[in-house]
Design a protein around this ligand. Structure first.
Ligand code: GFB
Length: 320
């Protein structure tokens, strides 16, 4: 078992390599092959994996997915199901054909919602009831990925594993205010308010829901370690179990950006799931001893990268 908690000796291909998580995995594993949706649209084809030279890659870390925040998940529920199921069918089929190890990335939002589960969420509860209504398309598509991994392992002996992060944030995020997640959305909103001299920032919902956030680079380190050290058929929670309310998160981001105005809650916008606290005890029991980046430190680095990348905020290139 390697103790270097961010290194792998495996020859890795990363799907979704320009995304929030994929780009961090690529940055941490020099020599890995990146596959972006521009290079190969996995919804339509798995050509790029099937044409890999033998021996070039022995592991695929599958980060490519149709992802989005609570509003996008509700507005495009069918697309979130279709696109993810199609991508996963193509990737698993190619990995089976090429006899590659596969690491599939799920999310804690796919767990059943209360009252069907006991908190914190443990991996054995994954299929014990329906997910939250705000993202059932995405949730069932990702649950089917977990099922498909086990089915391919049982019938074809494939070494396919599943990892379950919670809400990720970090450097290479999507800052679109409709399709993005809460942290990039609030970072952009506070910056825009500062630049335009506005004293009010709108936060969606009631501010009462609570979330666990993991810095994407930490999740990347854990996934690389598991790609080397885990070959089991059960999924693994990998998220930072520290949690924060959306209200306190928005105050923390405002503070870090130096905003002196006030936040206003828009309850016409969705709160989504109230909570999805997860346990990482199993990961720890496998020997993972790494530390998670505290939220405020991760936010500081993310805010700085946003300000550096979008100095005038205006003219932000939206990743759709
Ligand atoms: O990040 P988010 O969209 O994802 O929302 P979920 C988290 C919380 O932040 C919700 C609140 O309670 C939102 O109401 N929020 C406040 C905002 N202001 C904003 C804002 O300006 N934008 C956004 N987006 N939220 C997703 C799942 O749920 O979590 C996905 O739908 C995926 O499938 C992802 O799993 C990790 O945590 O609610």
């Amino acid at each position: 078992m390697t103790t270097d908690f961010a290194r792998t000796n495996r020859k890795v291909l990363v799907t979704g390599s320009t995304g929030l998580l994929g780009s961090e995995i690529l940055a941490l594993s020099p020599g890995s092959v990146g596959l972006s949706s521009k290079e190969c649209d996995l919804i339509e084809s798995n050509h790029a994996i099937l044409t890999l030279e033998d021996g070039q890659v022995d592991t695929v870390i599958h980060c490519a997915a149709r992802v989005g925040g609570v509003k996008a998940n509700t507005d495009y529920v069918a697309d979130f199901f279709d696109d993810n199921v199609k991508m996963n069918m193509n990737v698993l089929d190619a990995c089976r054909e090429k006899s590659l190890k596969l690491v599939s990335v799920l999310s804690t939002c796919i767990y059943p919602d209360a009252p069907y589960v006991k908190y914190p969420l443990t991996e054995d509860q994954l299929h014990m009831g329906p997910p939250h209504h705000s993202n059932f398309g995405y949730a069932y598509a990702k649950r089917m990925l977990e099922v498909q991994n086990r089915a391919y392992r049982q019938q074809h002996g494939c070494n396919f594993i599943s990892v379950i992060p919670n809400n990720l944030y970090g450097i290479n995020d999507n800052y679109d205010l409709n399709s993005g997640h809460v942290i990039p959305a609030l970072i952009r909103k506070f910056h825009e308010a500062m630049i335009e001299g506005r004293s009010e920032v709108i936060v969606w919902g009631t501010g009462r829901p609570v979330r666990e956030f993991t810095f994407a680079r930490d999740a990347a380190k854990i996934i690389l370690w598991l790609s080397e050290n885990y070959d089991g058929d059960e999924p693994i929670n990998i998220g930072n179990p520290d949690w924060v309310s959306i209200e306190n998160l928005s105050l923390m981001i405002g503070e870090e950006i130096g905003f002196e105005g006030h936040v206003k809650f828009d309850t016409s916008k969705p709160d989504g799931q109230y909570e999805k606290p997860s346990s990482n005890r199993k990961l720890r029991s496998l020997g993972w001893k790494g530390e998670y980046t505290p939220l405020r430190d991760g936010l500081r680095e993310t805010i700085k990268s946003f300000a550096d990348r979008y100095p005038g905020v205006r003219g932000i290139k939206i990743k759709t």
